[in-house]
Design a protein around this ligand. Structure first.
Ligand code: FRU
Length: 515
């Protein structure tokens, strides 16, 4: 008898106790039950944002990945929907893996055999139960209204990996070819037969028949990316504008597994990096071989940007999995039967070849400027009275540039016993969560600030998830922050003679959150 996989997932969701868990974030995309990993199929639709994600409703008892679905009008209040892709077809029985979305309009709709505006691409994962042999295929799901979804009857679109590659061949990103109107390209993360990572491109006019174009190459990179880890996951090409020069660049963002470069950073099990160039055919030119981590925090992986209709342009918004592989050992799996969250969307731009990432939204309740109250907690520690009682908040502080160079200042979230410290100290960001309830996979990390980094510290904290933005988006640091559930707000740690120039405090709830 075949299982009713959709019904089983809905039954699991009906048992959700996550909302009663004091660690459950309030304005992030979180699973109602089970496990979440990569964001998938992010799209904007007439002012509504849809976030799909890798969703394992039966975690940790049974491994089976669906696409979960949440939507929001403001990127802060999210509503859960039924799972969108159920792994119940012959080609995705071992999981509906990651992919992206494209939203069609006008002539594009007439030219697509699946005449539906919303087209979601994903990898069908199939493991032979006897031999354990894997087959990866690229598949399509369409929808006319984002409520009902149909698997394309001609699935799989690309039934297997190309010759010269292994079955680690996944995570399609489909995008319009800006150089050839009416044509689309698909970028796929792959492993070569010699067990090195790469990305390949396919081309299509109708989104269902795809022709292989070959590997993405980096002619000006001096060979840096030729043998760069054993597998590339979740590659994405994103066009981003330099905010000083107005020039457009193609930014490749991807997750190479198994690299250990001899530079600062790269402490996570798998990193997420970017390189900046110009895409011409299958060549990403002008990268110079330079690459950087997208975010320097403990938990950040597999980001992608929201797809938009051409007639609905807007900022480039990026969302990531605020997690990483092998990190399912978080307290929430026993307190609320859920694990992991997506990061808040951030808007992307470029400055001198480096990504600038700023929060895409502000929390709804503007409490004004912090009037620091020295409650004599300890020398140099000030309570931020406006945050008292809140466990979901946003704080932006700007120091006087002249006094910043050697000063040491920052925030403590939590109590004296259980906290996360976020400190700027002489050109270094130091994050210490060693006294929190989640210290595995990294507890203290120091990050050198980019040159000329402005003394601006913005922190967005949502119960057990913290996102740090330094220097007006020049550096970001995402982490899970399971501090004492009884604690609220934050205190400022300030060394004289640093002068705070401005500050703002925002909270999620209009009244303090009582536990
Ligand atoms: C990245 C990843 C993807 C894959 C998905 C499976 O976290 O491993 O490569 O499609 O997760 O859940």
């Amino acid at each position: 008898m075949t299982e009713d996989l959709k019904g089983l997932a809905l039954d699991a969701i009906a048992t959700s106790a996550a909302a009663d868990d004091p660690d459950y974030p309030r304005f992030h995309v979180v699973p109602p039950v089970g496990r979440l990993n990569d964001p998938n199929g992010l799209l904007v639709d007439g002012g509504t944002f849809h976030a799909f994600y890798q969703f394992s409703p039966f975690h940790p008892h049974r491994k089976l990945v669906y696409w979960g679905h949440s939507s929001s009008a403001d990127l802060l209040h999210w509503r859960h929907h039924e799972p969108t892709i159920v792994p119940d077809s012959f080609y995705d029985r071992s999981g509906a893996y990651s992919g992206n979305a494209i939203v069609l309009e006008g002539r594009e709709l007439d030219d697509a055999p699946a005449r539906a505006p919303y087209q979601l691409f994903y990898t069908g994962n199939l493991k032979d139960p006897v031999t354990d042999e894997r087959t990866a295929s690229q598949c399509l799901v369409t929808s006319g209204d984002l409520t009902d979804f149909a698997k394309w009857p001609g699935n799989p679109l690309i039934p297997t990996n190309a010759e010269g590659y292994t079955a680690h061949y996944r995570d399609p990103q489909v995008f319009r070819d800006p150089d050839r109107p009416g044509e689309y390209r698909m970028l796929i993360g792959v492993q070569r037969a010699n067990e090195s990572g790469a990305a390949v491109l396919y081309r299509s006019r109708d989104l269902v028949s795809w022709e292989p174009e070959g590997e993405l190459t980096f002619p000006d990179a001096g060979g840096v990316f030729d043998s760069f880890g054993y597998m590339w996951e979740c590659p994405g090409l994103v066009r981003v504008t330099d905010e000083d020069t107005g020039e457009d660049w193609d930014v490749l963002i991807w997750c190479p597994q198994g690299i250990a470069p001899q530079t600062e950073g790269f402490e996570n099990i798998f990193p997420c990096v970017y390189t900046v160039g110009h895409l011409v055919g299958t060549e990403l030119r002008d990268t110079g071989g330079a690459f950087h981590e997208v975010d320097r925090g403990f938990e950040f992986y597999a980001p992608q940007v929201f797809a938009r209709r051409p007639s609905e342009p807007g900022p480039v918004l990026l969302t990531a999995w605020a997690g990483n592989a092998s990190e399912d050992d978080q307290p929430s799996i026993s307190t609320g039967q859920w694990v992991h969250a997506l990061s808040l969307p951030r808007s992307l731009s470029l400055k001198e070849g480096r990504l600038i990432q700023r929060p895409a939204t502000n929390l709804p309740h503007d409490v004004g400027r912090p009037a620091l109250v020295d409650t004599a907690l300890e020398a140099g520690q000030y309570e931020i009275a406006e945050l008292r009682g809140y466990r979901s908040w946003q704080l932006r502080l700007e120091a006087d540039a002249a006094s910043d160079s050697d000063a040491c200042w920052g925030l403590r979230i939590g109590t004296a016993e259980s906290h996360v410290d976020i400190v700027l100290d002489g050109g270094v960001l130091r994050v210490d969560r060693s006294t929190s309830r989640y210290t595995q996979h990294g507890s203290v990390r120091a990050v050198t600030l980019p040159e000329g980094c402005a003394p601006v510290l913005e922190v967005i904290h949502d119960r057990s998830l913290t996102e740090v933005f330094v220097g007006d988006g020049a550096l970001t640091f995402t982490l899970r922050s399971f501090v004492d559930v009884g604690s609220s707000g934050a205190r400022l740690m300030l060394e004289e003679p640093l002068v705070l120039k401005t500050g703002s405090v925002r909270t999620f709830a209009p009244a303090p959150e009582v536990l």
